[in-house]
Design a protein around this ligand. Structure first.
Ligand code: ATP
Ligand code: ARG
Length: 353
């Protein structure tokens, strides 16, 4: 067990240019302290660090093998979490979605010139199962079954159908992915972490008729709840997601949560609120300025390409979202994204866009 971790650690140390949070925070002292430990789910240090050691261009570089890893490997994971979310203490507040009847925002781009679409997602983990490195095929299948039973109870606007990946044609998968609804198995960071083990068994997507509410089953996290639509109406998208979270939390599913850390996810960058609110937005001018990255950092927002993380922009359209998910409430994370997007729009217009 310690040998596997040692081999991986050697790989990490061999890349002197590695800038990941793993490289920064996995000191020799922490490595020695953790290398022989195992979680209740059988997770090891090697399980947590494999992706970041095999991919030294990782930004974060670490995944939790299971919910218990956040306790057993806390000396490493806590340091990475503080670093990513820019907090000095791990005292994440209780969930607070705000008063959805009194939100002080609506459409972020009422003229409809810049924002192509808006999406808000959260991740949830079943508290009785581990994460991909320790999951068995039967666990995934069992989790999928329990999840679908809960999803089938949704009503009204959230009512929809579950489509397992097993049996879905390649053409349908490609179309749904190109249209930004479905995930695929092309992320090498997630692959190295075990995220595609037994692919595609136990995975699938649930959506309502107009594809404004979607659930990913067994992609990176056990569950991702997603609300999205064309245009910039953040209020409609957010209110729909809050409704879905509340409905699913009262449908018999029990989600992994930890005092001080909020909702637990596979990747430490996602825990806390687990909320990522994004717009696809046309910013050909701002994105070309040398200060674009600094501008985003100032507002705690992140720019991605439009086919998801680690992809490039197409035609000056970027995915702009809140970067922090921990140490603030859900409504504060949404407001942080809103302020960032409003600033991006103002700056793009100032530059003549
Ligand atoms: N505002 C948006 N409008 C339309 N599609 C979006 C929007 N934001 C993200 N997407 C799409 O969602 C899919 C998933 O994106 P991505 O993997 O970057 O983020 P994520 O699902 O939030 O998860 P993670 O941050 O863990 O990678 C991609 O197809 C991406 O294009
Ligand atoms: N989808 C995510 N969890 N993204 C954040 C980290 C992704 C990858 N492991 C890295 O370190 O770069």
């Amino acid at each position: 067990m310690a040998e596997a971790a040692q081999k991986l650690y050697d790989l990490l140390k061999a890349d002197a240019n590695c800038k990941s949070l793993l490289a920064k925070n996995l000191t020799q002292e922490r490595f020695d302290l953790l290398k022989d430990k195992t979680t209740k789910f059988g997770g090891t240090l090697a399980d947590c660090i494999r992706s970041g050691c095999e991919n030294t261009d990782s930004g974060v570089g670490v995944y939790a093998s299971d919910p218990d890893a956040y306790t057993v490997f806390a000396p490493l994971l806590d340091a990475v979490i503080k670093d990513y979310h820019k907090v000095s203490e791990l005292n994440h507040p209780n969930p607070d979605f705000g008063d959805v009847d009194k939100l002080d925002f609506g459409d972020l781009d009422p003229e409809g010139n810049l924002i192509v679409s808006t999406r808000v997602r959260v991740g949830r983990s079943h508290d009785s199962y581990g994460f991909p490195p320790v999951l068995k095929l039967e666990d995934r299948v069992e989790m999928e079954k329990k999840t679908v039973e809960a999803l089938n109870k949704l009503e009204g606007e959230l009512k929809g159908t579950y489509y397992p990946l097993t049996g879905m044609t390649k053409e349908t998968q490609k179309q749904l992915t190109d249209d930004h609804f479905l995930f695929n198995d092309s992320d090498r960071f997630l692959r190295a972490a075990g995220g595609y083990n037994d692919w595609p068994t136990g995975r699938g997507i649930f959506f309502n008729d107009n594809k404004t509410f979607l659930v990913w089953v067994n992609e990176e996290d056990h569950l991702r709840f997603i609300s999205m639509q064309k245009g910039g109406n953040l209020k409609e998208v957010y209110v729909r997601l809050v409704k879905a979270i509340k409905a699913l939390e009262s449908s018999g599913l029990s989600f992994a949560k930890r005092e001080g850390l909020g909702y637990l996810t596979f990747c430490p960058s996602n825990l806390g609120t687990t909320l990522r609110a994004s717009v696809h937005i046309k910013i050909p001018k701002l994105s070309q300025t040398p200060d674009f990255k600094a501008f985003c950092d100032k507002y705690n927002i992140q720019a991605r390409g439009i086919h998801g993380e680690h992809t490039e922009s197409v035609g000056g359209v970027y995915d702009i979202s809140n970067k922090r998910r921990l140490g603030l409430t859900e409504i504060q994370a949404i407001q942080e994204m809103r302020r960032g997007v409003e600033a991006v729009i103002a700056e793009e217009k100032k530059l003549g866009g």
